[in-house]
Ligand binder design. Structure first.
Ligand SMILES: Cc1cc2nc3c(=O)[nH]c(=O)nc-3n(C[C@H](O)[C@H](O)[C@H](O)COP(=O)(O)OP(=O)(O)OC[C@H]3O[C@@H](n4cnc5c(N)ncnc54)[C@H](O)[C@@H]3O)c2cc1C
Length: 389
């Protein structure tokens, strides 16, 4: 007999696992389905760490969500036996007058009265002697931010969800979804399940699953190299150096690099945030170094701005971002089947919000509404006009 649930979560990675926990803890009968066994190294959440910033270069609308996320991560850390958050601080810098990401982060900090210091290039060099920042750069430092242990957090949500009665069906890809007036049937490799509500949170595979329910969304999975380098441990350890976002002029446009300090000898971790290499998540080339730019771009950045962190390559991995045309997430109810909620929320900066997005998805599934302002993530926003079919 087909088993029936209050809510099924299809895709139990960063966002889905959090949603599963927030539902289960309210006594909801929830099934979490995943193609792998999260946390795993196939989607968008692996590589140990993710930056959490409160002042937000992608738009000040994100600040209240970042602050609520931080509260939820801190709450998760109290309940978990694993380390979730490391408060090393976050900084950003870019050329004065030509770094809109840095300017917006500083402006968002002022608007929300965050603990954000604005610094010059010279002040940055004094504060962080590992840095080579030109004098005419503009910079900020926020001591309350830092990084999350992304795989630990998913593991913690999983254990807590199960503790509260959630059922798991892992290593079991969803292959089809049938939407009815007030229920859904979810077909998987290992059988069928039905539920009153469905949350779709399949990361880079969201496009394939939303097609099954009649939606063609503008989602573009991309291949993302990230690498760890031997560094001067004194200058770049977590007590001396924060996480960073750096805007670098590049012809008429700008590149953005991000990274983390070294801890437990792991080396400095760096990636290029604006790297565009569209792929199919089922066939993505996962070999780091198969493209010379995988290491090349990052190495150029390190040589220019952090030469003492440009040591031997320790490790490189290939992860995936899913971009939307405007860089903002998609979090909404299905326009025809409102009992289905969708979180297609990468664009490469979604992890820090996974806790609050889990809360939002649980609220949408239970009441059809959420306490949070998600207007910039709606499917009918002007920038997606004619792109959602
Ligand atoms: C290299 C890299 C660095 C990043 N750095 C940061 C950062 O510093 N800060 C930050 O905030 N964000 C960062 N991000 C972005 C962030 O990690 C993602 O936005 C976030 O992990 C996306 O979460 P998700 O739940 O959408 O996807 P995932 O965590 O990948 O979860 C999707 C889940 O769906 C499952 N799934 C897929 N298809 C199916 C199917 N058919 N049936 C069942 N299950 C399925 C997958 O197995 C997976 O477990 C980074 C991303 C990458 C790749």
């Amino acid at each position: 007999m087909t088993k029936h649930y209050d809510v099924i979560v299809a895709g139990a990675g960063s966002m889905g696992m959090a949603a599963g926990y927030y539902l289960a803890r309210q006594g909801v009968k929830v099934l979490l389905i995943d193609a792998f066994n999260p946390p795993h190294d196939q989607g968008s959440h692996f590589g140990e760490t993710r930056i959490i910033r409160h002042a937000y270069g992608e738009g000040r609308e994100y600040v209240p969500l970042a602050l609520r996320s931080q509260e939820l991560w801190n709450e998760l850390e109290k309940k978990s036996h694993l380390k979730i958050f490391s408060q090393v601080g976050a900084m950003g810098f870019g050329p004065k007058g030509n770094a809109p990401f840095i300017d917006e982060a500083i402006a968002s900090g002022k608007e929300y009265n965050l603990n954000v210091e604005q610094l010059t290039g010279e002040e940055m060099r004094e504060r962080f002697p590992g840095l080579q920042v030109p004098d005419d750069y503009n910079a900020f430092f926020e001591p309350d931010s830092g990084f999350l242990f992304s795989e630990n957090a998913i593991q913690s949500y999983k254990e807590l969800a199960v503790h509260h009665g959630a059922e798991l069906s892992f290593n079991n890809p969803v292959t089809d979804i049938e939407a009815y007036e007030d229920s859904v049937k979810v077909v998987t490799a290992n059988g069928e399940f039905t539920s009153d509500k469905l949350i779709l949170s399949a990361g880079s595979w969201n496009g394939m699953l939303t097609e099954k329910i009649g939606l063609n969304l503008p989602l573009y999975p991309t291949r993302q190299p990230v690498a760890w380098f031997e560094a001067n441990e004194e200058l770049f350890n977590t007590k001396a150096f924060p996480v960073f976002m750096v805007e670098v002029p590049q012809g008429d446009t700008r590149a953005i690099y991000y990274g983390f300090p070294t801890f437990d000898g792991c080396g400095v971790k760096v990636g290029r945030h604006d790297y565009e290499d569209h792929i199919d998540p089922n066939t993505v080339d996962r070999e780091f170094g198969s493209n010379e730019n995988d290491e090349g771009h990052i190495r150029e950045f390190l040589d220019q701005f952090m030469p003492e962190a440009s040591g031997a390559l320790k490790k490189g991995v290939i992860c995936m971002y899913t971009r939307t045309p405007d860089g903002h997430f998609i979090i909404d109810k299905h326009p025809v089947h409102p009992h289905i909620s969708i979180a297609a929320t990468c664009s490469g900066h979604g992890y820090k919000f996974a806790s609050v997005i889990g809360e939002i998805l649980s609220q949408l599934a239970l009441t059809g509404e959420t306490d949070h302002d998600i207007s910039i993530f709606k499917l009918d926003r002007p920038s997606l006009k004619n792109l959602v079919k």
